[in-house]
Design a protein around this ligand. Structure first.
Ligand code: NDP
Ligand code: OXD
Length: 307
């Protein structure tokens, strides 16, 4: 079995070592070396040249949960299955990040930080929990884990997806027609949608205005789902109270971007859930073995939907 491995930058060595140890029967080349027709390509943000030089025969594995950058590669072969990472150690990290951001909003830590800077001792009235709905925009693998992590805190939880999902204790909404009802009671909106032709720019002014006054936005999936100008305008008008942003339209976030110094925006550099070597290699290796045995694998991307 021949495998082509590609990772951008200098990060490839630990991945190569882990794949060699997980799949000792395979010949694993590291881009830009390799055989013309590898059985599998394992990639993250590959250059277009990769698929003109190497045409994987069986499958392409994406070393991330989101496939937007891979699907945008113009040379990506149309008829080779693309398989993404599912959780692979990312769900736990996402739970930590989102739980922190939700509690930070609910316990008004921004306001206490402002009071501290002013040397003001003032106890704020506790917000009513039943009015502090947390809306998970995108209710897939990561959002389900986040919902389970938030459940003990007793916020009203709601989830929005394309198809209707059923989850105990969570109010679920499906499709564009139910989006306004979903937004209306989401005091915190957590964006866990993939970036697709249907979701890019979804969080523009008209959508964000449907959130209750004083709402917070947490975006940990992809920056291009949010319209930056709309978010800034609604923070300025007071309709939105704050935002915690891990992902951006342009990454790294440009030095002159207004998000950097905005008093009610927290910026982190795409760190909410890192791709972990051991978990990811174990998942991909297990799927390659299933593939070789002719068994079905999960995480196959539907190219028409874009995720
Ligand atoms: P999933 O594919 O499991 O979940 C995606 C969810 O979004 C599904 O519930 C899906 O609906 C819903 N969805 C997609 N399109 C629409 C639409 N047009 N309207 C309504 N709902 C829609 O993905 P994951 O949970 O694994 O990951 C989510 C995203 O998180 C990734 O795509 C990636 O971009 C991002 N990510 C970011 C990381 C970071 O470090 N910042 C790390 C890992 C992932 P349905 O259930 O009906 O299919
Ligand atoms: C991913 C990411 O999609 O890290 O996995 O952003």
């Amino acid at each position: 079995m021949n495998i082509l491995l590609q990772m951008p930058g200098h990060a490839v060595e630990p991945w190569h070592a882990a794949f060699v140890s997980a799949l000792p029967e395979a010949a694993i080349s590291v881009w830009p070396e390799g055989r013309a027709i590898p059985d599998y390509a394992i990639v993250w943000k590959p250059p277009a040249e990769l698929f003109t030089r190497f045409r994987p025969a069986k499958a392409i594995f994406n070393l991330g949960a989101g496939v937007d950058s891979l699907l945008a590669v113009p040379t990506l072969p149309a008829d080779v299955p693309v398989i993404r990472l599912e959780d692979a150690g990312m769900a736990e990290q996402m739970c930590e990040y989102v739980t922190y951001a939700v509690l930070r909003a609910y316990r008004e830590m921004d306001s206490y930080a402002t009071q501290q800077r002013a040397g003001r001792w003032q106890q704020r009235e506790r917000l009513a929990k039943r009015e502090f709905g947390v809306g998970l925009l995108g209710f897939g693998v990561l959002a389900h884990a986040v919902a389970a992590a938030l459940a003990p805190f007793d916020f009203p939880l709601r989830g929005w997806s394309r198809q209707r999902r059923v989850a105990p204790g969570i109010q679920t909404f499906a499709g564009a027609e139910e989006l306004p009802a979903f937004l209306a009671h989401s005091r915190v909106l957590v964006c866990l949608l993939p970036s697709t032709p249907d979701t890019r720019g979804l969080l523009g002014r008209a959508t964000l205005e449907r959130l209750p006054r004083g709402a917070h936005v947490i975006n940990t999936s992809r920056g291009d789902i949010v319209v930056d100008e709309a978010l800034l305008a609604l923070l300025e008008s007071g309709h939105l109270a704050g935002a915690v942003l891990d992902v951006f339209n342009t990454e790294p976030l440009p030095p002159d971007h207004p998000f950097w110094h905005h008093p009610r925006i927290v910026v982190t550099p795409h760190v909410s859930a890192a791709t972990l070597v051991a978990d990811s290699v174990a998942q991909v290796a297990a799927k390659i073995r299933r593939f070789e045995q002719g068994q079905p694998v999960t995480g196959v991307v539907d190219r028409a939907r874009g995720y």
